[in-house]
Design a protein around this ligand. Structure first.
Ligand code: PLP
Length: 453
């Protein structure tokens, strides 16, 4: 007799191809099959509980199985699950657009829906491109991006991506982008100041010589996520935005990871008073419940498309599920909870609690740098603390630490040698206390466990 769990595990192995996963490794490991969630914990089929220490890959805001969010979906489900936004509207999509325009950085008044961060980025790129075309400006057809950027996995998003491990294979399929250095202070000989100067001087030089060929600069504001949770030096984003404005290059803020309170402000751009021309949101928009993303645009961008039909300035883009009512309804409910529970305001206190808890890790021999903005934390492990020598990628130090965390009851997923801690915003101090203990124990186990015995 096989159990249901065993049959599922076999079917998983036989039929499911998992994202960002070497299936040969995966199929040789014990599969974690989640059955349900409650608060900030997920439960597997054996009933074991795990803290969701990475918000189910940076999505979750209020925890799982939240009554208010469930209700919003059920309520909408009783009306209509889906109807198209192509040339017609639905109630939650209108309400949500109004809400997003209200809370977004200044000037972003128009909302174009899609269903993932990557599609939201595609839309921003195509809007920026067609913006110049519609205005009759010739030649502004390339994009600028930052080293180690990640904007999603569709071809346009990969074209402005710059993580060699993910992106290099596809190079022949991609359109070329101009890449400026990201200010990675820990690995820049000039530290914060030097890293910021390198970035700004490269951008300045690029724009002074080639602004007439560049449609837009796309940037992960304040925190570059997938590259290893790398925090920009203060003032850098503001300077970058000013340079773009000066040289008439559009600024696209990819707030897919940073949006909805994650960094301590509703949107990371606000931390430096930056108002981009286009902004992409996803991940936390629905509280991590359903796949809805949005690309927000200014009136200036929108107006370049607003013309008589014969002029053919229409934005010819859409997806089957654009403006999905269930997704928009839960997004609205999530934003309502964010406000009612003053959760964005609450991030600062939680973030400083986490910072205090993690500070002790600075004394460990293989903890290179602890980086944090709000509740977005990355801990870079190094083989040698003084020389900052990295662990070899075959050592899989991040994977080992994360597996240990799972054994101790917390889920996370590393970015190379960087351990990620991105708990749901709703995590209580007691929960953060336990999670940071697990995090620290896992890091010590992975980096010192072998040598201690
Ligand atoms: C996750 C992410 C994306 C892609 O979002 P998907 O919903 O996975 O397509 C884009 N940009 C950033 C900054 C992200 O973190």
């Amino acid at each position: 007799m096989t159990t249901y769990g065993e049959r599922l595990a076999a079917m998983n192995k036989a039929h499911v191809w998992h994202p960002f996963t070497q299936m040969k490794d995966y199929n040789n490991s014990e599969p974690l099959i989640i059955e349900r969630g409650e608060g900030i914990r997920l439960f597997d089929m054996q009933g074991r509980a795990y803290y969701d220490g990475f918000s189910s890959v940076w999505l979750n805001v209020h925890g799982h199985n939240v009554p208010e969010l469930n209700e919003a979906i059920a309520d909408q489900l009783g009306r209509v699950a889906h109807s198209t936004l192509l040339g017609m509207a639905n109630i939650p999509a209108i309400e949500l657009a109004g809400k997003l325009a209200e809370i977004a950085p200044q000037g972003l008044t128009k909302v174009f829906y899609s269903d993932s961060g990557a599609t939201g980025v595609e839309i921003a790129l195509k809007m920026a491109f067609q913006y110049w075309h519609n205005r009759g400006t010739k030649g502004k057809t390339t994009f600028a991006t930052m080293n180690q950027a990640y904007h999603g996995d569709t071809i346009g998003a990969v074209s402005v991506g710059a993580i060699p491990l993910y992106h290099e294979t596809f190079r022949p399929m991609l359109f070329p982008s101009r890449v400026i250095p990201y200010p990675y202070a820990y690995r820049h000989e000039g530290g914060e100041q030097g890293a910021m100067e390198s970035t700004l001087s490269a951008l300045r030089q690029l724009l002074e010589t080639e602004a007439d060929r560049i449609a837009a600069l796309i940037v992960e504001p304040i925190v570059q996520g997938a590259s290893g949770i790398i925090v920009m030096p203060p003032g850098c984003l503001r300077e970058m935005a000013a340079l773009c404005r000066k040289h008439d290059v559009l600024l696209i803020a990819d707030e897919v990871a940073t949006g909805f309170g994650r960094t301590g402000a509703m949107f990371a751009c606000e931390l430096e008073g930056v108002a981009p021309d286009l902004m992409v949101v996803g991940k936390g928009l629905t509280g991590g419940y359903l796949p809805v993303a949005a690309t927000l645009a200014t009136d200036k961008v929108y107006e370049a498309f607003y013309a008589d039909y014969e002029e053919q300035k229409t934005f010819f883009h859409g997806h089957s599920f654009t403006g999905n009512p269930l997704g928009c309804a839960v997004a609205l409910a999530s934003l309502k909870l964010l406000e009612e529970r003053r959760m964005v305001e609450g991030v600062e206190a939680k973030a400083s609690f986490v910072a205090r808890k993690l500070a002790a890790l600075n004394d460990r021999p293989h903890v290179g740098e602890i980086r944090q903005k709000g509740l977005m934390i990355g801990i870079e492990l190094v083989r040698d603390k003084v020389s900052r020598e990295a662990y070899g990628w075959t050592e899989r130090i991040g994977v080992r630490a994360s597996l240990r965390a799972r054994e101790l009851g917390m889920l996370t997923r590393p970015l190379g040698n960087v351990i990620v801690f991105i708990p749901p915003l709703a995590s209580s101090e007691a929960e953060l206390d336990e999670m940071t203990d697990i995090l620290a124990a896992s890091i010590v186990h992975a980096t010192e466990g072998g040598t201690a015995s």
